[in-house]
Design a protein around this ligand. Structure first.
Ligand code: SF4
Ligand code: SF4
Ligand code: SF4
Ligand code: FES
Length: 352
């Protein structure tokens, strides 16, 4: 791999040719703030939070879309850069509700984090503000466009990750709005409720309905697990507060699927608290199911399987497993069938 050498903050660094300044900085442990950039989406260069100073360039280029060139001298935290970032935040906050006290995203909101980091308490720019109605028409996603900073991440996620292309930009200038075709609510749009837009939104504009009012983001424990709904086996984090699941959060470092999930994985988790769900084994006694202990159920299963094997032979048994089980569970079914029941009559529902 061909490398380029450049200076960042007075230190010589190397990066693969074709890297942007932002990628070169990240590779070398130098953090540059970003709002519209996500490494799993195409770069857009719209928010300008990632501006840097490059010697010989009187403008402040956006590092997420500027190639790192050999011999370049870059400053990521110079006074001019800090000043520009502060102004960008002040411009964003000029048309943003100061709702951090009750916003569900605080603690995982890049806008609030950067305002804190750069000391932006209020905006000197005074003018008209949007007052959009909140779209909570659907069961999964709260959509508050008053908190949108127009970073375009949701538009790109819907197009590039889901391929649904449900979102785009309406109008120009101050009236520009990220919305659906015809500016209808999600419920009446082509949305398939994968929630990719929610996963990439850096502010409280798009949030998980199930988590509204349930927890501050820093109270949430993330527990990595595998989706139980299909054989793709997507990974995600259960959002847990006080030992109770309140939602699902996807993560770009999930090995199978990255940040992508479908509607079942992201929003179908609430079955775990469904009152109709079986929580203890049922044994049929005198024609009626009765609750039993796990020990009693396991003893009965072992006794009956042994009886069948002794009376009718190994070939009388077959096991049918499921792609909804984990690899480990399917392995156990296979091992039990072959090693204990003594045949190869094992199959699963997703083979055909
Ligand atoms: S939920 Fe999925 S399909 Fe719907 S707008 Fe968001 S990314 Fe697009
Ligand atoms: S809704 Fe969120 S992700 Fe979409 S443009 Fe606005 S701030 Fe960005
Ligand atoms: S998130 Fe959807 S695609 Fe992924 S494993 Fe679950 S059901 Fe399958
Ligand atoms: S992160 Fe580079 S312009 Fe937005």
């Amino acid at each position: 791999m061909e490398l380029v050498k450049l200076m960042i903050n007075g230190k010589e660094v190397e990066a693969p040719r074709g890297s942007t300044i932002l990628q070169a900085a990240e590779l070398n442990g130098i953090e540059i703030p970003t709002l519209c950039y996500l490494k799993d989406l195409s770069p857009m260069g719209s928010c300008r939070m990632c501006v840097v100073e490059v010697k010989g360039n009187r403008l402040l280029p956006a590092s997420c879309v500027t190639p790192a060139a050999p011999g370049m001298e870059v400053e990521t935290e110079s006074p001019a850069v800090i000043n520009a970032r502060r102004t960008i935040l002040e411009l964003l906050m000029a048309n943003h509700p100061h709702d951090c006290l009750t916003c569900d995203k605080l603690g995982d909101c890049k806008l609030a984090d950067y305002c804190y980091k750069y000391g932006v308490k209020e905006s000197p720019f005074v003018g008209e503000q949007h007052h959009y109605a909140i779209d909570d028409s659907n069961p999964f996603i709260n959509r508050d466009m008053n908190k949108c900073i127009q970073c375009g991440a949701c538009v790109r996620a819907c197009e590039e990750m889901t391929g649904q292309d449900n979102l785009s930009y309406l109008n120009r200038g101050f009236h520009r709005k990220v919305t659906t075709c015809g500016d209808v609510d999600y419920m009446n749009s082509d949305c398939v409720f994968c929630g990719q837009c929610v996963a990439v939104c850096p502010t409280g504009a798009l949030t998980e309905k199930s988590m509204a009012g349930q927890a501050r983001r820093w109270e949430i424990e993330r527990v990595r697990t595998t989706c139980p709904f299909c054989g793709t086996g997507c990974n995600f984090d259960l959002a847990v507060k006080d030992k109770k699941v309140i939602g699902v959060l996807s993560s770009p470092d999930a090995t199978v699927n990255g940040r992508s999930l479908c509607v079942k994985g992201r929003f179908g988790w609430d079955f775990i608290y469904n009152e109709k769900r079986l929580t203890s084994p049922l044994i049929k006694k005198n024609g009626k199911f009765e609750e039993s202990s796990w020990d009693e159920a396991y003893d009965l299963i072992a006794k009956r399987l042994n009886e069948i094997k002794d009376k009718y032979g190994s070939e009388s048994f077959a096991a049918l497993s499921s792609a909804r089980c984990t690899n480990e569970e399917n392995y156990l079914v296979s091992k039990f069938t072959r090693a204990y029941m003594g045949n190869n009559n094992v199959d699963h529902c997703a083979r055909t």
